[in-house]
Design a protein around this ligand. Sequence first.
Ligand code: ZN
Length: 530
Amino acid sequence: MERGTIERWLERARAAGVVGEGGLNARAEGAEALEAAALLYPASVKSAGGTGYALLRIAAAGAEGAGQGPPVTRGKALGVFGPRAAPAGGPFEGERMALGRADALIGPLSHANADALRRALPFTAPSPLAGRDVTFGLGDRLGLAGPGHIRAARRFRASPVLAQQSVRELDLTGRSYEEVLDASTWSVFQEGYEEPWGADGDHLKTEDWVRRALAIGFTMITADVSDYIRGEHAAAGEAEVKQAYAALPEDYRRRIEEAYLSWSLQLDTGVKVRFSRGGLQRLALIYREAVEHAARLYRAGAAVRGEGGFDFELSVDETATPTTPEAHAFVAMEARTAGVRLSSLAPRFVGEFQKGIDYIGDPAELERTFAVHAALARALGYRISVHSGSDKFTAFPIVGRLTRGRFHIKTAGTNWLEAVRVMARLEPALYRGLHAAALERFAAARKYYHVSTNLGNVPPLDTLADGELPGLFENPDARQLIHITYGELLRDPGIGEAFFAALERHLEEYWAGLEAHIGRHFQTLGVPVA
Ligand code: ZN
């Protein structure tokens, strides 16, 4: 950021009375408030320990391309004002200026400044949310959705997990965990959101990634143990299972037989969960290594944050067949025996939870089997987590009711789809280019995702008038076409740059769209309004 830009901003802010001799003064009314709003985000203005903080609209000072780096930071700056706002060697970086009785420090939305802000204003840092009833994962692959997500979460009694990203998503978008967390911090600051929120290192498979995410400041780990689930034993014959089981260590076999063969759990729904000898042997073969790996991931996290210092979700959702009640109980109790404190568990449910579209399957069967998972979670002391949870409007009333209003849901791609829906509505030419590119790249993107998309159901674009383009977002096949190609599209410099430039022109429309769309999720889930 150039000093000239900052000086021009300060000059305008002084003339408008937004800053004065004593520091920040943005609580103006009427015309002055309008002038202030052009210079900074009014909801961001906070004071702590005699120092004032605000998110500045530095582009208002005519800065060309002010602020490099991720789009969330462009045209913005952090302002710190007060009698000792800018001591040399202080935690913030930027240009230091004297105002009179006070100092100003105006700096970039850098990682160092995000870290310093998280210490100065603790509400801009995420926190563990295990004690909350409703938590809602809102993956934001663009780093621009935050304000819309916050506006939706504010209207309901739900805690948002604003930062949520898997390593696969980082690879596909070329972002880092620092950038993902910082984008959420700046959004929280911009909106003045002082409620607790979370940050989820999603689908992490290695101890190294767990340590890395928590060290950066993430507060939730979703442990993905799918590489250690031995699904081949699910289809093996009884004799085969018996033989393979006999080869497991003797002390392990003795321990689980003592623990589970005479054990049963009467659930509050009337169902009783118990293990047969053959069933227990099979579960041990399928899940023993997965539980061991979950324990390794948990211990890696506890070494960084301490026991109970972070939310730990165990995901067994990426399997070929639905999780049975016995498998759910075995995995959860074995994890507990290994010292793991579970905040939530994600089983694989019956039917299909595909990305960005409604539930596919028999709602009655989902209801019957989901009831058992929800009761198990209640009995064993954690919450059920629903992955690929966006747009499952048929399933939501079941989820909300059977969990008795205590659950975690993850969404991600739907937030990108809302951005593209804005393009279809307001930038039809750009949308047509994006759609054509998505068709070209669909085959390459498809290998990352399990989808049953039939492109034959997507009408050819040249048959649609501009006004009909937003209607494509009601078409499940068209949704998935755009949903899974995000990485291919955003990494293409010709497409990515134009897309971000256009989206920055329509951010308020994007945030309004998110507030409505995510709000519809909360409403259908039966989350009480705030
Ligand atoms: Zn998952």
